[in-house]
Write a protein that binds this ligand. Structure first.
Ligand code: ADP
Ligand code: MG
Length: 482
């Protein structure tokens, strides 16, 4: 089912394209040796290049280029062996040079594609138009003093990757899925930490609406949205606004807008500037960037297994459902944890315990897999006790809760609490005889054809043995007598 909005004049479709700014993980900035790390006292990570001193020359950071290429490869995109840096000229207090170095006509990465999966299982492919490298600006601080603003240049010159999508996104849900997938890929690659709260990933959201089958209409660009939830909200309120404008006989103007989450509305910021307003021109301080295919190949060989590939491998290798596999590859650390538990064990059972009981416990306590109170080895140890029939599935739940609380190993808990499964047929036979003697009426009914009562007898015997009886042996014993 495709997502649509109803207006007075009929059904509208949403068209969205996203421009994502992703801060590159690197020690130093794109064109200077100053630290690129987040935070720090204001203006302590600033070189003369970043501060725009006269006579300073930019020197391209090799590692930032490698990161951009890795990202391009992870997005299954074309790597452009020749790209260029341009100056994008504008004045802003936190931009001391008066221009931002960016890639305009010749980006380092061309067309690619990102696969997304929606809640109902639909798979869609969102086109990537390009990825280019550019510098971040500094930060103006207006909340430090009642009458003055301050400038912090720590961020000035830090490398960004701008990842531009095709206008292929058709709903808030797709936008959310696209951003989550993009962030997952960047994190797997180690090229951006994807931390939207710290601003290391932020999105400009281009939205337009149209009636089905129409060509695209004018879009508005909502700047700098810094959470996935806000992106989804912004799309919905902006689309609703545009539909009203069109239906009231007006025209949507191409403009830059701002999303205000507290009022759940978008507001006009400025009418859209055009590329020529920035007077882009090739930066005369920087030669065209030429990379060799051999280096690209080397970077490709060094890439980790990407989330989609890992998911497909999990489905095949471990025989688990696609949904479980998707959940397990959400983070590299989760995938690693799962594989350690599954190795040499019942992989489906392992998936059930990790995605069910373990995730439930982590969610309850607000922890990530890195802080799991139960290590992969410890959970594996518990599965081993199930496999060798020391404990059954019911007792395992109790052992698991105890492991969460105490951090003890499953074996220690079984020992301490005396939970070892009873496989002694003598004891089980005695319990069976006792239960049948106490329920003579039900035995008669069962023999008269009421098969459903078998489960009742199993339950009673298990209860009599405090849950510790081996269920298979109980079944056997009951069948024999009945
Ligand atoms: P500009 O260079 O002016 O920002 P682009 O053509 O590069 O314009 O597009 C920027 C973003 O806007 C891209 O992500 C693209 O997918 C998106 N976009 C383009 N046209 C539309 C449209 N009609 N509706 C929604 N998004 C659009
Ligand atoms: Mg743009």
């Amino acid at each position: 089912m495709s997502y649509t909005l109803e207006g007075k004049t009929g059904t509208w479709e949403i068209v969205v394209g996203l421009e994502v700014h992703a801060q590159v993980i690197s020690h130093s900035k794109l064109f200077s040796g100053a630290s690129a790390s987040y935070g720090g006292e204001p203006n302590t990570h600033v070189s003369l290049v970043d501060a725009g001193f006269p006579g300073m020359l930019p020197v391209l950071n090799h590692e930032c280029v490698a990161q951009a290429i890795r990202t391009g490869l992870g997005l299954r995109a074309r790597i452009n062996l020749e790209s260029r840096f341009d100056r994008k000229n504008y004045f802003y207090a936190d931009l001391p040079t008066g221009y931002q170095i960016s890639q305009f006509t010749h980006p380092i990465v061309g067309e690619g594609t990102v696969e997304i999966e929606l809640g109902d299982g639909t798979v869609r492919h969102i086109g990537i138009t390009r990825l280019h490298m550019e510098q971040d600006a500094g930060k103006s601080m207006h909340d430090q003093d009642p009458t003055r603003s301050f400038i912090d240049l720590n961020r000035a010159g830090v490398a960004l990757m701008e990842i531009v999508s095709e206008p292929d996104i058709r709903s808030p849900e797709e936008a959310g899925a696209y951003l989550r997938k993009l962030r997952q890929i960047l994190r797997y690659l180690g090229t951006c930490d994807g931390n939207m709260e710290e601003g290391s990933m932020r999105a400009d959201v281009n939205v337009s609406v149209r009636k089905a089958g129409e060509p695209f209409r004018t879009r508005c660009e909502i700047k700098n949205v810094n959470s996935i939830r806000y992106v989804m909200h912004a799309i919905e309120v902006e689309a609703t606004r545009q539909i009203e404008v069109w239906e009231d006989g007006g025209e949507v103007d191409q403009e830059t807008r701002l999303f205000d989450p507290s009022r759940n509305e978008t507001r006009s910021l400025r009418s859209k500037e055009d590329a020529h307003d920035y007077r882009y021109f090739p930066d005369p301080d920087l030669l065209p960037l030429v990379v060799e295919q051999a280096w690209v190949d080397e970077l490709e060989r060094g890439l980790p297994e990407l989330p989609d590939d890992k998911r497909d491998r999990f489905i095949k290798q471990y025989g688990i459902p696609r949904y479980d596999a998707s959940v397990l590859v959400a983070e590299q650390a989760i995938a690693d944890y799962y594989e350690e538990v599954a190795k040499g064990r019942d992989a489906r059972l392992a998936a059930n315990w990790v995605t069910g009981d373990l995730f439930g416990a982590l969610n309850r306590t607000g922890r990530g897999i890195q802080d799991s109170p139960i290590s992969a080895q410890a959970l594996g140890g518990m599965l081993d006790l199930m496999a060798d029939k020391t404990i059954n599935g019911k007792i395992a739940k109790e052992v698991f809760e105890d492991m969460l609380e105490t951090g003890d190993s499953a074996a220690d808990i079984v020992e301490r609490k005396g939970l070892k499964q009873v496989t002694d047929t003598g004891a089980i036979d005695a319990a069976v005889a006792d239960v049948l003697a106490r329920n003579a009426d039900k035995v008669e009914e069962y023999r008269g054809g009421k098969d459903r009562l078998f489960g009742f007898f199993v339950g009673q015997v298990m209860k009599a043995m405090a849950g510790k009886a081996n269920p298979a042996i109980v079944n056997e014993a009951l069948k024999k007598v009945l």
